[in-house]
Ligand binder design. Structure first.
Ligand SMILES: Nc1ncnc2c1ncn2[C@@H]1O[C@H](COP(=O)(O)OP(=O)(O)OP(=O)(O)O)[C@@H](O)[C@H]1O
Ligand SMILES: [Mg+2]
Length: 280
């Protein structure tokens, strides 16, 4: 029996702690204590308010379920929160609050356990951050992220969305824009031929000489290696994804579930990554 992804009400939001100190962060994103199921004590978490249509929140949750199932290092606790508009306004302050986030007097938020690492961008300035990211993509953790991004067509992998946890380790965050920004509530997800952000960075580094042919092929081989886990990872979390979509969307959820799961099934199938990357 697998546990269901938590969709929590206001009672789970225990206390506002402080603003996020990272540069450029959305002004409503903050640190708060959140109480998750199966965890009695409140957990220090990063909370961000998202579009009320729940697309971004569902993308975050789908990615989180898959990452956990595939054995990534990722925040242990995460949830979608529904807060009353009053509560959301009160915690971040009227000035910072964005009224367009309110629907039916409710605000949707993504909460994930705060890890004690900063993003690559927060550690390294400017082009140094880009170079560090290319360096990390050559490691097992980095290539694991690149493989995930390619399967889920992540269109928002930048140095602000990777936590730097050491010279050869990193943790992916911020998966609002998987499925290449596509509105899968409004229509089908297209299996685009576009590369994910990570693969684009890797190809550009190779074309520009920052990666040798050997290093380029080595990253692709590592991605293929990680992709061998993808089929079983999807099998392990697909019921949770179905239940999540059914709970969030109710009407039409069967169609949405079909769209997501058939897209993911195609791209997690055996040998998909080899074909995608042209690795023989
Ligand atoms: N689980 C976490 N643990 C530690 N830090 C986190 C976590 N989640 C988010 N952060 C920090 O918060 C920042 C913003 O989070 P995230 O990227 O998910 O939101 P965002 O709305 O896309 O913000 P931005 O516009 O800055 O990218 C991250 O760059 C990172 O520094
Ligand atoms: Mg981000």
């Amino acid at each position: 029996m697998t546990t269901e992804f938590p969709l929590l009400g206001e009672h789970a939001y225990v206390a506002y702690i402080q603003k996020l100190d990272s540069m450029g962060a959305n002004s409503t994103t903050h640190i708060a204590e959140v109480r998750y199921p199966v965890q009695a004590a409140p957990v220090l978490s990063v909370v961000k308010f998202l579009d009320p249509n729940c697309l971004a929140a569902s993308n975050e949750a789908i990615a989180w379920l898959f990452l956990r199932a595939a054995g990534f290092v990722a925040p242990r606790h995460a949830a979608i929160l529904a807060l009353s508009a009053k509560k959301a306004r009160d915690v971040v302050g009227k000035k910072a609050f964005d009224e367009s986030l309110v629907t039916q007097d409710c605000v949707i938020a993504w909460a994930s356990q705060k890890l004690d690492f900063k993003s690559i961008r927060a550690y390294f300035a400017g082009t140094r951050a880009d170079a560090e990211w290319i360096g990390l993509l050559r490691t097992l953790h980095g290539a694991q992220i690149a493989a995930f991004d390619e399967v889920f067509l992540n269109a928002d992998r930048n140095t602000g969305n990777v936590l730097y946890s050491g010279r050869d380790s990193c943790i992916p965050i911020d998966h609002e824009q998987i499925f290449d920004h596509q509105d899968w509530i409004g229509g089908n997800i297209m299996a685009s031929t576009r590369d994910s952000d990570s693969l684009r960075v890797i190809k550009r580094a190779y074309d520009g000489g920052a990666l040798s042919l050997g290093a380029y092929n080595d990253i692709k081989n590592k991605m293929v290696h990680h992709a061998q886990q993808h089929e079983s990872a999807l099998a392990a979390c697909k019921d949770q994804i179905s239940k999540l979509i059914a709970k969030v969307f109710k009407d039409g959820s069967a169609t949405f579930e079909e769209r997501i799961l058939s897209f993911a099934a195609e791209r997690t199938a055996e040998h998909w990554m080899e074909t995608r990357l042209g690795v023989v």
